[in-house]
Design a protein. Structure first.
Length: 164
């Protein structure tokens, strides 16, 4: 018996891969491959979906490893001042749409975008994000804080453009 996977689950895995890589076609392949599983039953479906998220993250990051390294180097070279850590109670605006969030995230360079996605959106610890991004802890913290500032700014720019 094949494990039942909802279309929404597949769409969420695709969107995660796309936000990490910025590559539509490759993200489809990553999401589909992550869900290819041996026969099982509904009891294991939640576990398989959680595992599939981990597989999507690993494959997406492996796909853009060189881009991440170049992005990390650019961030490290920046002398911009940003908070040492992300604000504790930061949250997206309640009225932000999926399309707005996607555009705002994809406008952020790869390393900070992935640091934000992993640590804030996926809820991983800074230590786990550091391992996955093959960076150092301080750089991942800087990337997370910078990405939150950029995401907030990008969403504000979109909001202003919509009003005009």
């Amino acid at each position: 018996m094949q494990v039942a996977v909802r279309n929404a689950d597949v769409a969420n895995l695709y969107w995660l891969a796309f936000l990490l890589t910025g590559q539509r076609e490759a993200s489809i392949d990553i999401a589909v491959e992550a869900l290819e599983s041996p026969d099982g039953n509904a009891f294991f479906s939640a576990w398989i979906l959680a595992w599939a998220r981990k597989v999507v993250i690993a494959k997406a990051l492996a796909m853009i490893r060189q881009e991440l390294a170049a992005s990390a180097n650019r961030l490290q070279a920046q002398r911009t001042r940003c908070r040492i850590a992300a604000p504790r109670h930061w949250a997206l605006e309640a009225d932000a749409t999926k399309v707005q969030i996607e555009a705002a995230l994809l406008a952020i360079d790869a390393f900070p975008r992935c640091a934000l996605l992993l640590s804030v959106f996926e809820g991983l610890s800074i230590d786990d994000a550091t391992v996955l991004l093959d960076g150092d802890r301080d750089l991942v913290r800087k990337a997370q804080a910078w990405a939150i500032q950029e995401l907030t700014r990008n969403l504000a720019v979109q909001r202003e453009a919509a009003r005009a």
